[in-house]
Design a protein around this ligand. Structure first.
Ligand SMILES: [Zn+2]
Length: 301
């Protein structure tokens, strides 16, 4: 009987405390990130498909993106406390996609400020069940409550937290979303570029704009970052931006040529298959939608 009760207790506690077992990766002495898998969310990865980072500001951490669930945010927090026990001073959400901010309430429950763009007021999908809730396991999603940022900004903002200067910069035009925020740390020359930069898997421009995206990457180049952490993918050197830039640049050239030839959208999707990208994850589910969305932008030029 005792054993049965013990087993039941264990089953119940493990149900209420799903552990993502996230592995911290040190980028510089003051920036540590967690890298998600290059996959679509499901009940195996439980939404651990996204990157998030902790900035050590001396007196505390600044967290950039909180992941797909409360349990994800808790796992990341616990892993960081093992490295250095510091309070979280501020959370930043880079954009409205729910794999980047559904962990917010892990922090707001203890009164931490969450800062992001005012795009949350307009475009954040607050419908219940959330997209994430539909695709990941209830154990992983437990305790998650979609929680909007407590402070929203509409233009570039510089902050000083502890010993860090943080430059929060907006893409000038619609790019991956209507308003994409990046975080640049001049001290260590780390750029947390969020979903303006993908590697290992194809980026998605649905809901965005191919021209704005390429222009945003050109602007990011001017920062002179030494380390670039994208929203998806593990590459963080200066070449981290290359895959996303090359992919969209080639796509734009080929779609413009197809439009000039008078090809329809269906003919263009067939023609612009960009076969060398087939080796990347998510090609099947993403590429044709990227061509379709970009055709609709470029046909008006
Ligand atoms: Zn995104």
């Amino acid at each position: 009987m005792k054993t049965l009760l013990g087993t039941l207790f264990l089953a119940v506690t493990s149900l209420s405390a799903y552990d993502y077992a996230l592995k911290p990766v040190r980028i510089t002495s003051d920036v540590t990130c967690f890298f998600g898998k290059p996959e679509i969310m499901d009940k195996t990865n439980n939404g651990n498909i996204v990157n998030s980072c902790y900035i050590d500001a001396g007196e505390g951490y600044v967290v950039v993106d909180t992941g797909p669930s409360y349990a994800y945010a808790r796992s990341a927090y616990k892993a960081m406390q093992k490295i250095k026990s510091l309070p979280v001073k501020l959370v930043i959400n880079t954009h409205i996609h729910d794999d980047h901010w559904l962990g917010n309430n892990f922090f707001t429950d203890s009164g931490v400020r969450v800062l992001s763009s005012d795009d949350f007021k307009v475009n954040a999908d607050m419908s219940i069940p959330t997209r994430m809730q539909t695709y990941i396991s209830p154990e992983a999603y437990a305790k998650t409550k979609p929680t909007l940022p407590s402070e929203m900004i509409s233009s570039d903002t510089n902050l000083t937290i502890g010993n860090q200067r943080l430059e929060l910069k907006f893409a000038k035009h619609k790019a991956h979303t209507a308003k994409d925020l990046v975080v640049y740390l001049p001290k260590s020359k780390v750029l947390i570029a969020a979903d303006l930069v993908f590697n290992d898997r194809l980026p998605s421009v649905r809901g965005g704009d191919i021209n704005g995206w390429i222009a945003a990457l050109d602007d990011l180049d001017k920062l002179g970052a030494r380390h670039v952490v994208g929203g998806h993918g593990e590459r963080t050197d200066k070449e981290a931006v290359k895959m996303t830039r090359d992919y969209f640049t080639q796509m734009r050239t080929e779609i413009r040529a197809a439009i000039a030839e008078g090809l329809s959208i269906d003919e263009t999707i067939k023609k612009v298959s960009m076969d060398k990208y087939k080796k990347y994850k998510l090609y099947e589910g993403t590429h044709r939608h990227n061509v379709e969305a970009s055709y609709r932008v470029l046909e008006w030029e």
